[in-house]
Ligand binder design. Structure first.
Ligand code: GLU
Length: 416
């Protein structure tokens, strides 16, 4: 039985990995080699707080697999960011980068902290200290961090600066930087844009008009807010939106421009006056065509999966469904568009940024979005075709493609 409460996120991701490995017929040794992170670093990150005290945080960098290229993945600042979670997220990066076929391995980093309670200067000190603690593992051809939950382009600017103090000017050491410091245009919207591309393709395949579809989005950070904005531009009816404080529901469709304004002024969408207030749990259970979890992992689990009334779940977050929820929804005929496909837009534009940094040349928005669209569509079509040909779920197909590519390269390189 999968998905019991005792399973860690890492074990859960490996349920999906094992299913793919089984279908691919990989032998036990190769499985073990692909499952385990190649390198894990845990560091202590002491900083002086604004009131003069010393506080010590724990940071991580997990390099899951480097067979296909330099390790690549974000840095998460979150109270729940422990080694097991970072491991799970690092492994998802390996399969994601292989699935969309960009030349990276997978990694993830993080600090167990609550950035919402920290000042700008504390975050700057924390980020610099963390960077210096993991700097010997990084490199433009070794490991390239990026933003994730709780971090942003400012965090990347600090990381680049701290790394540069040791190694000299190296913009390609991180992606997701401010455009003024060598970041790529379109990086901030990239994950949301990629998710919307996938949603649109899937809507066409299933025969639902995206313009008329009712959509619910959980999470209003970088990913959720861009997804909502781009969906509204496409004429979709977003009927429910939430952030950590709670959500808002309006069956007639939420006025997204007004919502974005409201979020700017009040800091939350939960008290937006033009709709009914809902909790995050209630939001997930709203009747809709597309439900887009765009916040944290494991929000849909054995306890609430059967209550969902969505036709399609679009996993913009990393690992929003436990394997148990995945089984329940598949059984109920709900389509699930998997995370390693849906949210790959961020790392794809990170790849463009890294490439631009080599040449010190900036692409324009049209080129970024155009090439992002091509890669996302190619990956979506590959997943859909494999899923249809082998009569398996989109997740199984996506993992089979990703895991299969890494397994092949591991053999070619002669590690085993
Ligand atoms: N944190 C993002 C993810 O989970 C992006 C990683 C990157 O750009 O390297 O895919």
């Amino acid at each position: 039985m999968v998905g019991t409460k005792e399973m860690t996120v890492y074990e859960e991701v490996n349920v999906f990995f094992d299913r793919a490995a089984e279908r691919l017929g990989l032998d036990d040794g190769v499985r073990e080699m692909l499952r385990r992170p190649w390198r894990e670093l845990q560091v202590s990150v002491p900083i002086r707080t604004d009131d003069g005290a010393i506080k010590v945080y724990t940071g991580y960098r997990v390099q899951h697999n480097g067979a296909r290229g330099p390790y690549k993945g974000g840095v998460r600042y979150h109270p729940l960011a422990d080694l097991e979670e970072i491991r799970a997220l690092a492994s998802l990066m390996t399969w994601k980068n292989a699935l969309v076929d960009i030349p990276f391995g997978g990694a993830k980093g993080g600090i167990q902290c609550d950035p919402r309670t920290m000042s700008e200067t504390e975050l700057n000190r924390l980020t610099r200290r963390y960077t210096l603690q993991i700097e010997h593992l990084l490199g433009v051809n070794r490991d390239i961090p990026a933003p994730d939950l709780g971090t942003n382009s400012q965090t990347m600017a600090w990381m680049m600066d701290a790394y540069g103090q040791v190694h000299g000017y190296t913009p390609g050491i991180v992606t997701g930087k401010p455009v003024e410091l060598g970041g790529s245009v379109g990086r901030d919207s990239a994950t949301g844009r990629g998710a919307v591309y996938v949603l649109r393709e899937a809507a066409n395949d299933i025969g639902i008009s995206p313009a008329g579809a009712r959509i619910v989005v959980q999470g209003f950070g970088q990913v959720g807010s861009w997804t909502v904005r781009l969906l509204a531009d496409m004429g979709c009816k977003v009927i429910g939106v939430s952030d950590v404080e709670g959500g808002v529901y309006n069956s007639g469709g939420i006025d997204i421009d007004a919502l974005l304004q409201h979020k700017l002024s009040s800091g939350t969408v939960s008290d937006f006056p033009h709709g009914d207030r809902v909790t995050n749990e209630e939001l997930l259970e709203l009747e809709c065509e597309f439900l887009v979890p765009a916040a944290i992992d494991k929000v849909i689990h054995g306890g609430n999966a059967a209550k969902l009334k969505a036709k399609v779940v679009v996993e913009a977050a990393n690992h929003p469904l436990t394997p148990e929820a995945d089984d329940i929804l598949n059984e109920a005929g709900v389509s699930i568009l998997p995370d390693i496909l849906v949210n790959a837009g961020g790392v794809i534009v990170s790849y463009f940024e890294w490439t631009q940094n080599f040449y010190q040349h900036q692409w324009d928005m049209e080129r970024v979005n155009d090439e992002l669209g091509k890669i996302m569509t190619r990956a979506y079509v590959a997943v859909r075709e494999k899923s249809a040909a082998e009569r398996i779920t989109m997740r199984e197909a996506a993992f089979m493609i990703g895991v299969g590519r890494v397994a092949k390269v591991v053999k070619m390189r002669g590690f085993i």
